[in-house]
Write a protein that binds this ligand. Structure first.
Ligand code: HEC
Ligand code: HEC
Ligand code: HEC
Ligand code: HEC
Ligand code: HEC
Length: 179
């Protein structure tokens, strides 16, 4: 049994820590056994709080695994491809330099990570890329992001439809149908 999840599931919803803890319930990470300690550290075998919390630091502590600058490498332990891509971006350089770029959590959440809908994605971008803020020259970004997420979804819908039609892998991805 994982002591973090066991104890935290009893904390009141109304408290800040309780609300965060309950947010993990039902997430893809819970279903795949990615427990609290995988992102926060600590000892999930210790029953009492002091022992369990050794190494667990609040998100405002620069040494915390969930301090905003450390989030990409914490998530990247399992999502290496996404971390690699993210680290090439202007956003990552901004995050490193002055802390005003988005990180994994800005677009996916932390406790209950999600893949945003196209409209939600546009709203995330518009928090910084809007016509009134300092980035007004990039105010077109939310519309652009919405279109990109839509095409990604259409692309993967097409791929899974293809896999249903041609289960043996002979669909357009296999190439043989197009020859
Ligand atoms: C026996 C109960 C108990 C166990 C076991 C426990 N916690 Fe906690 N945790 C709490 C309580 C209560 C708080 C609220 C703050 C406090 O009292 O320290 C808390 C706070 C936290 C915080 C917020 C820290 C901050 O400074 O903002 C994190 C993150 C956290 N726990 C993660 C974990 C992880 C990861 C584990 C397992 C390795 C774990 N907890 C095990 C009871 C527990
Ligand atoms: C997939 C990684 C991941 C998992 C799994 C995870 N967390 Fe978190 N957690 C984060 C990140 C990143 C933050 C900081 C960003 C935020 O607050 O949304 C955070 C923030 C928190 C906070 C607020 C701490 C603070 O100091 O602001 C608490 C409390 C917390 N988590 C508890 C838990 C508990 C309890 C579990 C398990 C039931 C858990 N987390 C599982 C990534 C995770
Ligand atoms: C210990 C490994 C581990 C860590 C650390 C981890 N993840 Fe995951 N994550 C997984 C697994 C396993 C899945 C299930 C899907 C898969 O196999 O890729 C997943 C799925 C996801 C998904 C897809 C959700 C969906 O609905 O398809 C997102 C987004 C995600 N993680 C974001 C994050 C973020 C953000 C962090 C850091 C705060 C993080 N992960 C940390 C293992 C991890
Ligand atoms: C600027 C927004 C943004 C940031 C920052 C971001 N992502 Fe994503 N991520 C996306 C979009 C868009 C997709 C495409 C999936 C969709 O929404 O349909 C995606 C997809 C994913 C997936 C699913 C991949 C799959 O094949 O299903 C995972 C896992 C993931 N991201 C993890 C991360 C991690 C870890 C980080 C940080 C290192 C990160 N992302 C940073 C927007 C972002
Ligand atoms: C937390 C604030 C923040 C959020 C949220 C944000 N960005 Fe950015 N973005 C920035 C900053 C800061 C820059 C750097 C602008 C500059 O060069 O001065 C930037 C630059 C960019 C650039 C220009 C890159 C280049 O080559 O110059 C693109 C494209 C971009 N963002 C896309 C997005 C998309 C898509 C989203 C939503 C998924 C998004 N941004 C969300 C802060 C943000």
């Amino acid at each position: 049994m994982n002591s973090c999840a066991a104890c935290h599931s009893k904390l009141p919803q109304g408290s800040f820590v309780g609300a965060k803890s309950h947010g993990w319930k039902g997430s893809v990470h819970e279903m795949r056994g990615v427990t609290c300690d995988k992102c926060h550290g600590g000892n999930p075998n210790a029953a009492n709080k002091a022992d369990a919390h050794k190494g667990v630091l609040g998100s405002s502590n620069p040494n915390s695994k969930v301090y905003y600058r450390n989030i990409p490498s914490t998530c990247g332990k399992c999502h290496g491809a996404e971390e690699f891509k993210f680290k090439q971006s202007v956003h990552y350089r901004r995050l490193e330099a002055i802390g005003n770029g988005p990180d994994c959590v800005t677009c996916h959440g932390s406790m209950k990570t999600i893949l945003l809908t196209p409209d939600d994605m546009a709203a995330v971008c518009a928090r910084c890329h809007n016509s009134t803020g300092a980035l007004s020259a990039l105010a077109y970004i939310p519309r652009y992001a919405k279109a990109v997420v839509l095409s990604l979804r259409e692309g993967s819908a097409l791929v899974s439809a293809d896999e249903k039609l041609y289960p043996s892998g002979e669909g357009f991805r296999g190439g043989s149908r197009l020859e």
